[in-house]
Design a protein around this ligand. Sequence first.
Ligand code: CTP
Length: 219
Amino acid sequence: MSFRSVVVSAGGTREPWDEVRFLGNRSTGRQGCEVARAALETGADVTLVAGNVEAALIPHGVKVVEAPTAEDMLRQMNAAAAGADLVVMCAAVADFRPVRITGKITRHAETIPTLQLERTPDVLMNLIEHRRENQTIVGFGALTGSEAQVREQGRKKALAKGADLLCVNRVGDGHGFATETNTLIFFDSQGNERGQASGTKLEVAEVMLRLAGEIFQSH
Ligand code: CTP
């Protein structure tokens, strides 16, 4: 089973604090770009909703939509997902953003500024709530800890999120972010483990697409 129209988000968001500063993360967008590449290889139409992605990683042949912040990601993913039969939420979207300050914070401020945070929208949950008929939704989960802890927390996260497939990877200690290889453990919406893949980010993306196709067909 291959999907006709695929939307993939990639990269980290940057949440502005003032005119020049932002709160970001270390995601390069490589895993999302490789999901897009793997989907292109199957012959699908692919839209990449790009947070902050290294330009050289973007495969030729995808339609790129920019979404630098969590709020942009919510808007652009909802718009793009309307016509997609597979939606993959690979972006490292901020969970919190600074309460925005107008202008630029100066060094000469009388008191040292405090970074105040507020919640961002959960894009994946939003997509799941507004899922169109026959649409498959895949999420990612970055977890820290031992392999056993990651497995246990991954299962719980899969149950809580309700995505058709949740791809869990271990981050920290050189795993996951800004690396060329990845290990993913796959869970379905019932929290059942559906397999594991290790290899280049393209290889694990290919396994993910195959599993997503199987799940789609079994519905
Ligand atoms: N995600 C999202 N919107 C957010 C944060 C995350 O859509 N504001 C998506 C990510 O793209 C990923 C999934 O949610 O597909 C899991 O993200 P992760 O940060 O690992 O988990 P959280 O839900 O944020 O939970 P926690 O930080 O507690 O692990």
